[in-house]
Structure formats: C-alpha cells, structure tokens
Design a protein around this ligand. Structure first.
Ligand code: GLN
Length: 456
C-alpha cells in the first residue's frame, strides 16, 4: 500500500487517480495486516486497488467523471466495493474514466484525459489508455495499484485493457451486482476486474461476483473458484474464428496476432474452427441506438435537485429553467449527444423504426452466438481492438462515429450478455501492446480464463 501511494504521488502526468484516499487506505491496510496475523486472510486481503469513479463509495466523492455530479458524496457503498472491502482489499482512490462511461479514449472526463504509460518507439505523442475505464487500465499498467475495478457496457473493460497491455474480464451479464454503480445502459452494464495477469483476474473476478438481492438482474448462481480452474489443459476444446470479424483493411499487425493466437491454442490441443456470426455487422448500429436510449432514461435523474450540481438561477427562473441550466452546465458534449440520440430513438414517431428494430437485431446477435455454441464451439477468438493505442486528440477531434468504430469487436458481447476477456498477446511495430479477445459461454468465466491463460 505504501509503495502504491508513493507511486501515485509521482504519477500526476498520467492523471489516473482523480481522488486519492490515502488515510482510508492506511486504515484498511492495517486492518488487513491484523487479519493476516490472525490467520483469517481471504484471497484479496491487503491488496491495494483503484476503484473506477463510476462506483459509489461511501463518504468518498463519486462523480462518474461528470460535472453534474460535482459535490456528490454517496451515503452508501456499492455492493462491489463493499464485497471487496469485506474481502480485505485496500482502496487507494477513485479512478478517472470517460464521463458516465461514454467514450473509448478517456477524453470525455471532466477531470481531463488520462495518458497511457506506453509510448511508441518512433513518436513522442501522448497516447490514449482507451476508455471508458482508462484510469483503471493506465493505473494497473503503470503499477500504481495491483488491480482495479472497471465497467463494460460496450467494451469499456476490454478495449482499455488491450491498449495498455493489461487483462480485462467482462463477466456474464448478471454476475456482478450493479447496485451502487452509476447506471449508463442498464441492460448492458457489467462490472469486472482489470489486472496484470489472467490469474489475478480469476481471483479478483471471484471476489466481485455473486448474487445481490438489491439488483434484480443479479443472478443467484454459485461462483466457482476460478483460480483452481486454471489448469492450462484445453485439449479437445473447439475455438471458433468468426469470419465476420475479419474487417476490410484490418492492420497487418492485428491479423498476424490473431493467427498466432489461434496457433497457440492449436498447439495446446484445441481444435480451431471457422465459424460465422452473420449479424455482426449490425451490432455497432444496434448498440449505438440501445445504449443511448437507456442512457437518456437513466440520466433523467440528474435534475439539479437530488444529486450534485445545481446551476445558479436568475430572478424569476422557475423549475424548467433550473433543469435546463443545470443540465446544460453539468453534462459534457458526448453525454449531451447520447441524451439527444436516445431521446430521439425513443420518441413516439421513431420508437418502432429505431429502438424496436435495434432490440430485434440484438436478439439475432444473441442467437448467432447460441447457434455456434450449440454446434460445439467452446470459445471464440477475435482481436480486441481495431488498432493499438492512438494519439490523444486524434479521434476526439474527428467525427464521433470514428470513435464509435473502436468498439466494433467488443459490443456484440454486451448485446448477447456473454463473458469476454481481453489480454495482451503481442506488440505492434511501434512497440505498443495489442490484445486478443476470447468470448465464452454464459456463466463459464472459469473455462474462459483457463483458455485465456494459454495465450498469456
Ligand atoms: N465506447 C463505448 C461507448 O462509448 C463503450 C462504453 C462502455 O463500455 N462503458 O458507449
């Protein structure tokens, strides 16, 4: 804990920690020490972690990196952070992220962007750590903490993991309680671990998962000992390679990494099978209808009354002006764009044309996966991202759709509610990390991590 606290002190340029909790960390570390000495130490006891700012932490500012939650300090603890504290972890502080988890580069944060600790061999440009869990990925990659929590609505654990050479697991929808996690798109949101190794993801993932009566979508299923399932034995497994993920213009580095990953799994005794997920090309458009629709509804609660920021009002302003001014000042441009898209696709005249159609596409995407699993496929191997980490500013200044294209390999997993893990498997010509993604069957995170470990 002390080593991490001093590393964090010297890490201002990375801008990963937006709120430090050194006093609390020292208190928790001392309590963990006591449990270890008493011989009552769970797996996570004494492990110093960072918590994404999307998790509500009691008595500690929790702003989801938004101006509208300025001054909001929760009276309650999210189920996940509570579970981690019960397991003896130490919270070093809150981690930067895209505002309300909307983004793929951590540039929409009210706290400013995060800088990826990795640099290219030929350019000195600051690179993105990915998003929205960019503070989490950068903090783990820069050794500011041993692990971090992330959340993944459309790739926000897996994409930043891939861009920083770390491991990110998005569990099956329903595995982790969403209670106390600021909602973005509730039917897609899922928390998960961001770690240095697959083994760490197995240990931390288990500590985060489990049924919670306070979240009606949390599922009451046993959480196995994932670490004990890491045998390295994948003989007889069938790994699918979906042809629809071979995008036009895929960079050579990524295509090569993907082929090498398949070879490694084959060498370990798995069977590599070409598969088809025919509705893949509709995933991104469906996601960028469904996620904003749910966001526009979830974000209606930020009204200047109940949470955080309220605008200064002029003489004669009524409640409408109060809402308008507060929301105009409090939300950043990307969040406003999502609210407008979401409100539009849910409006009476367009609901069937956009929202209902996107929901039907979602069902077809889910069925694509069910079909391949029914044919005997155990896991699916794809690239995690279409490129390595890109320079800050580059995409943020372009058309927003350019940024959305970063999520092309990750959003299908959220739409289908499946577990997915991204892990580093190589470097590109610039010396930057590249990651692969493995997608698994529902509730089979253990088997998925076991396969992932073969690629490490
Ligand atoms: N980039 C996606 C978005 O902006 C992912 C978000 C997420 O997973 N939280 O919606």
């Amino acid at each position: 804990t002390e080593a991490c606290l001093s590393a964090i002190e010297g890490s201002g340029a990375i801008n990963a920690f937006v709120h430090k909790t050194a006093d609390l960390a020292r208190e928790q570390a001392a309590a963990a020490q006591g449990r270890i000495e008493a011989g009552d130490a769970p797996d996570m006891c004494g492990i110093p972690m960072g918590i994404k700012d999307l998790f509500c932490t009691k008595g500690v500012p929790s702003q989801a990196a938004s101006g509208i939650l300025n001054g909001f300090t929760p009276e309650y603890e999210s189920t996940i952070s509570q579970k981690l504290f019960d397991a003896g972890t130490v919270m070093l502080g809150k981690l930067n992220m895209d505002e309300f988890a909307m983004g793929s580069s951590n540039e929409t944060s009210v706290y400013g962007n995060v800088v990826n600790p990795w640099r290219s061999k030929t350019s000195n440009a600051d690179l993105t750590p990915g998003g929205s869990s960019g503070g989490s990925s950068a903090a783990v990659a820069a050794d500011l903490c041993l692990a971090a929590t992330g959340t993944d609505t459309g790739g926000s654990i897996r994409q930043p993991a891939a861009l920083t050479g770390t491991v990110g697991l998005k569990p099956t929808y329903g595995r982790c309680s969403r209670w106390g996690v600021v909602a973005f798109a509730s039917s897609l949101d899922q928390a998960g671990p961001m770690t240095k190794t697959v083994r760490d993801a197995a240990i931390l993932g288990r500590a985060m998962m489990g049924h919670d009566a306070k979240d009606s979508t949390s599922v009451d299923m046993p959480v196995p000992d994932f670490e004990a399932m890491l045998t390295g034995d994948i003989r007889g497994q069938s790994i699918g390679i979906p042809k629809e993920y071979r995008m036009d213009g895929m960079p050579e580095d990524i295509a090569k990494l993907w082929a090498e990953g398949a070879d490694m799994l084959r060498d370990a005794g798995a069977k590599i099978v070409d598969i088809s997920l025919p509705h893949t090309k509709y995933a991104l458009p469906a996601y960028y209808v469904i996620a904003p629709a749910e966001a526009s509804s979830n974000l209606a609660r930020y009204d200047g009354v109940r949470f955080g920021h309220r605008a200064a009002l002029a003489q004669g302003d009524g409640i409408t002006e109060m809402y308008e001014k507060t929301r105009a000042e409090g939300f950043g441009p990307e969040v406003k764009r999502r609210i407008m898209i979401g409100t539009y696709v849910l409006s009476a005249g367009f609901y069937d044309a956009y929202y209902n159609r996107a929901r039907r596409v979602r069902t077809l995407i889910k069925k694509d996966f069910e079909d391949v699993f029914a044919q005997g496929i155990d896991a699916i191997l794809t690239p995690a991202t279409p490129s390595a980490a890109f320079p800050l500013g580059q995409m943020a200044d372009a058309d927003p759709v350019e940024m959305y294209l970063n999520d092309v390999f990750t959003v299908t997993v959220n739409l289908a509610g499946l577990p997915g893990v991204a892990l580093p498997t190589g470097l590109d010509a610039e010396g930057l990390p590249l990651g692969l993604q493995l997608i698994g069957k529902p509730w089979e995170e253990g088997a998925l991590l076991n396969t992932a470990q073969v690629l490490e």
